[in-house]
Ligand binder design. Structure first.
Ligand SMILES: *Cc1c(COP(=O)(O)O)cnc(C)c1O
Length: 403
C-alpha cells in the first residue's frame, strides 16, 4: 500500500482501488501506464547488479514492468496471496504454472468440469510432454481420492463449473492434495476474489483469466497466477523470464482499472443473477435452473459456505419432448433476444447468452455431453449490469412464444 501505514488490515474494496506501486515523482492519482520495453540504468555497475538479481530494479518488460507490478500487487492483495505473476492470458497462466511445477512422468488430477481449453491443455498438449492427467467428477471427492498416484503433483479445480455451476469442495480437495504431497490449484474466474478466496480455504495456487470479471468490461485478454511469494520467485519467475508469456503493460493497466470496481460489480451481478434465476424457475417453459444461489441447487449449502454469493453465471434447461425440439426451442429463445449478446464469452457488463452444446461444448460427442448433463435445451446466461426488467423482457419474448 503506497505511502501509508495502517494498523488494521484494509478491506477488499479499499485494496481494489488503492493497492499498487507507490506514486511516481509526478504525484499522479490514477496509476501510470508505463509503455516501455526496457529500463535505463544509472551506470554499468547498477545494470550488472540488477541483471544478477542482486539489486531491485526494472530491467525488461518481458518479466517486470511497473504497471504490470501494480496489477500483480492489486490482484495478490484481493486474493490474500503473498505473490502474483501476470501472464498474457488465463490459459498462459495455467501453462506457466504447469511448466514451473511439473515435469515428464508427473501426474495431475483435474475436474472434468473445467474450462474446455484447460481440458485440452492437460489432456492433449501437456500429455505430449509426458504429463499424465486423470479427469474426475466435479463434485465427488472420493473420485479425486481414488485417482491419486505416487507421482500426483497437482489437483486442478474450477468452481463453480461452466455451465452447470457445480461446486468443488475447495477445503476437502486441499486436504486431499496435502495428504498426498501434492498442491491444489483453483481457477477462480467465475467468482473472482470478491466472492471466493481459495487460498484462505487451503488452496496453494489461484489461476485467473483477467479477461473475465477482473476487467469486467470485455476489453482485453489477461491472466495471472497467485500463490506463495517464495514459490512464485523460485519456480515461476525463472520460467517466465525464459518463455515470455508476459502481460502487456497496456492490458495490465486496463485490468488494473477494472479491478477498482470489482466489488460493486460482483455484488450487482449477483443480485441480478439471483433474481433472474428465481424468475426463470417460475417460468412454465423452463424445466430447471442451475444457480448456486438457489436453494434448489444440490450444493447450495456448500456454495454459500465457500462463496459470498452465487455469482453472475446461471444456466437453464427448457422443457422439450426430445433433443431436436430442445435445440429448436433454445435457438428460438436466443434468437428472440435484442439486448443480450449472443457470444460464448462472459465476465462483462453486457449480458451474454450462449447455447453450450453447440458452442463451448460443441466439440464433445453427444454421449460425452449427455454424461456431462449438457443437453440441447440448455442455455447459459452470464447476467450483466443492464436493467433487469429489460433482460427479463428480452428472454420472455422467446420463452412466451415457444410452440
Ligand atoms: C476464459 C477462461 C479461461 C481462459 O482465459 P483466457 O484469458 O481466455 O485465456 C480459463 N478459465 C476459465 C474458467 C475461463 O472462463
Amino acid at each position: 500500500m503506497s505511502e501509508q501505514n495502517h494498523d488494521t488490515p484494509l478491506g477488499l474494496d479499499t485494496l481494489a482501488v488503492r493497492e499498487a506501486l507507490p506514486r511516481t515523482q509526478y504525484g499522479e492519482n490514477s496509476e501510470a501506464l508505463f509503455l516501455t520495453s526496457s529500463f535505463v540504468h544509472p551506470d554499468a555497475a547498477t545494470a550488472a547488479a540488477r541483471f544478477a538479481g542482486e539489486q531491485d530494479g526494472f530491467v525488461y518488460s518481458r518479466f517486470s514492468n511497473p504497471t504490470v507490478s501494480s496489477y500483480e500487487r492489486r490482484l495478490a492483495a484481493l486474493e490474500g496471496a503473498e505473490g502474483c505473476m501476470a501472464t498474457g492470458s488465463g490459459m498462459a497462466a495455467i501453462l506457466l504454472l504447469a511448466m514451473a511445477t511439473l515435469k515428464a512422468g508427473d501426474h495431475v488430477v483435474c475436474s472434468q468440469g473445467v474450462f474446455g481449453s484447460t481440458i485440452n491443455l492437460f489432456g492433449r498438449e501437456l500429455a505430449r510432454f509426458g504429463i499424465d492427467t486423470t479427469f474426475v467428477s466435479q463434485t465427488d471427492v472420493a473420485q479425486w481420492a481414488a485417482a491419486l498416484r505416487p507421482k500426483t503433483r497437482l489437483l486442478f479445480a474450477e468452481t463453480p463449473s461452466n455451465p452447470l455451476t457445480e461446486i468443488c469442495d475447495i477445503a476437502a480437495l486441499a486436504d486431499l492434495a496435502h495428504g498426498a504431497g501434492a498442491e491444489l490449484v483453483v481457477d477462480n474466474c467465475f467468482c473472482s476474489p470478491a466472492l471466493q478466496r481459495p487460498l484462505a480455504l487451503g488452496a496453494d495456487w489461484v489461476i485467473h483469466s483477467g479477461t473475465k470479471y477482473l476487467d469486467g468490461q470485455g476489453r482485453v485478454i489477461a491472466g495471472a497466477v497467485c500463490g506463495r511469494a517464495g514459490s512464485i520467485h523460485d519456480k515461476l519467475l525463472p520460467v517466465q523470464r525464459t518463455v515470455g508469456m508476459s502481460l502487456s503493460p497496456f492490458n495490465a493497466w486496463v485490468v488494473l482499472k477494472g479491478m477498482e470496481t470489482l466489488g460493486v460489480r460482483m455484488a450487482a451481478h449477483s443480485v441480478a443473477a439471483l433474481d433472474m434465476a428465481q424468475w426463470l424457475q417460475e417460468h412454465p417453459a423452463v424445466e430447471r435452473v442451475f444457480y448456486p444461489g438457489l436453494e434448489s441447487h444440490p450444493q447450495h449449502a456448500l456454495a454459500m459456505r465457500q462463496q459470498k454469493t452465487g455469482g453472475a453465471v446461471l444456466s437453464f434447461e427448457l422443457k422439450a419432448a426430445d433433443a431436436h425440439q430442445a435445440r429448436a426451442r433454445a435457438f428460438h429463445v436466443i434468437d428472440q433476444t435484442r439486448v443480450c449478446s449472443i457470444t460464448a464469452n462472459l465476465g462483462d457488463t453486457k449480458t451474454t447468452i450462449t447455447h453450450p452444446s453447440t458452442t463451448t461444448h460443441g466439440r464433445l460427442r453427444e454421449e460425452q455431453r449427455q454424461a456431462a448433463g449438457i443437453g440441447q435445451g440448455l442455455i447459459r446466461l452470464a447476467v450483466g449490469l443492464e436493467d433487469l426488467a429489460d433482460l427479463k423482457r428480452d428472454l420472455a419474448r422467446g420463452l412466451d412464444t415457444l410452440n
